[in-house]
Design a protein around this ligand. Structure first.
Ligand SMILES: [Zn+2]
Ligand SMILES: [Zn+2]
Ligand SMILES: [Zn+2]
Length: 366
């Protein structure tokens, strides 16, 4: 059913769903229903046959080729573009995406952004990579969530000394409550500790799609995603804000995200941004909405250096398959705002929500 090597099928949840759909598609009841809509065709051409049942005994045994809609569903199992111009370029780009990621464009001939390279981590420019050697780790055994009250040093660092996640790994805190600590490589707990969620990467299948009109690209869910689910980090090129400011004089700063959780009062006096224009992951394609279904959290995953925190998106309500994933470019009070250091400029908001403020600031936000 697919032209891709089995090794590339890295999405167990969707594979399971696909096989379930396949079984259901071959169920006699489904077929009987389909017969009324499709041209009946004899099977005896070496194709698999469907056993007759009493209910379908009066009908000819048939084999149904996948419908066009079914064919479109198959490649979403893979990191691959479907029905998309520049298919080969997208295939190369998505080869290193961390989970099921497809692209769909039936709107125009636009290809991937010029010179863009997929990156799930950070590229450091004009700054050294932060060291994780000095990270304070906890000394828990197994799952820190079971360590008992006040036992885990990492949980004690979190808001109100409470674990940010529930037992299913869903975010319980709001972004404005404080920075989220996860356990780190210097902790002695297990790899599957409940305080290690975002660091394990994206576990939801997403699709980059062409929105139509002036919206450009967007990202939609390919499965139902419960509230509080980790969606993605904001990956890209990390650099000092001063360099980004300078670049923004001449370049488009729309993909800059300020790491300003700790404000201007950081001890070193330095501040940094993540620029996803040239390097980045799926988060680069998230659109703004005035009524978003995700929020961006400041997190410490790989460092605990105040001005070099991570940014991670979690759903703020249940999201249904097919829905676009969005966040507010205005930021969440305490968390970095997108486009902050770009040239002060505004653009008409195209989010289309009932709460739309009609205008998105792309620069100059404090
Ligand atoms: Zn832990
Ligand atoms: Zn611990
Ligand atoms: Zn820990």
């Amino acid at each position: 059913m697919t032209w891709e090597p089995a090794a590339h099928l890295n999405c167990p949840a969707l594979l399971k769903k696909f096989h379930a759909q396949e079984r259901s598609a071959l169920h006699p009841t489904t077929i009987k229903r389909a017969i009324s809509k499709t041209i009946k065709r004899p099977i005896n051409k070496g194709k698999p046959s469907i056993p007759k049942t009493t209910s379908s005994a009066s009908m000819p045994t048939i084999w149904l080729a996948p419908s066009a809609a079914d064919i479109l569903k198959i490649p979403i199992l893979l990191n691959t573009p479907i029905n998309t111009p520049h298919r080969d370029e997208w295939s190369c780009l998505l080869a290193t995406a961390e989970y099921c990621t497809s692209v769909y464009n039936d709107t125009d001939a636009e290809g991937p952004p010029d010179g863009f390279q997929w990156l799930e981590g950070y590229q450091y420019s004009a700054m050294p990579p932060p060291s994780s050697e000095a990270l304070a780790g906890c000394s828990c055994v197994g799952n820190c969530m079971m360590s008992g009250e006040y036992a885990c040093q990492c949980i004690l660092e979190c808001v109100e000394s409470q674990a940010p996640y529930d037992a299913s790994g869903h975010m319980q805190h709001r972004p404005e409550q404080g920075v989220v600590y996860e356990c780190n490589p210097n902790c002695s707990c297990a790899k599957n500790c409940g305080m290690k969620v975002a660091q394990h990467g994206r576990k939801v299948a997403l699709q980059i799609f062409r929105c139509g009109g002036q919206k450009g690209w967007g990202v939609r869910a390919l499965e139902n995603i419960p509230q509080g689910t980790f969606v993605s980090k904001y990956a890209g090129e990390m650099m000092p804000s001063k360099l980004a400011d300078w670049q923004a004089q001449t370049c488009d700063g729309a993909f800059l995200f300020s790491l300003d959780y700790f404000g201007e009062s950081s001890t070193s006096g330095m501040s940094y941004v993540i620029d996803a224009k040239k390097f980045g992951n799926i988060a680069r394609f998230f659109n703004h909405s005035c009524d978003p279904n995700m929020a961006c959290y400041a997190m410490f995953l790989t460092t605990q250096t105040a001005e070099i925190h991570d940014l991670a998106f979690f759903t703020t309500r249940d999201v249904t398959a097919g829905e676009e994933l969005t966040f507010s470019y205005f930021g969440n009070a305490a968390v970095g705002s997108k486009g902050k250091v770009s040239k002060a400029a505004g653009t008409v908001c195209l989010c289309g929500s009932a709460k739309c403020q009609k205008f998105v600031l792309m620069g100059g936000m404090a």
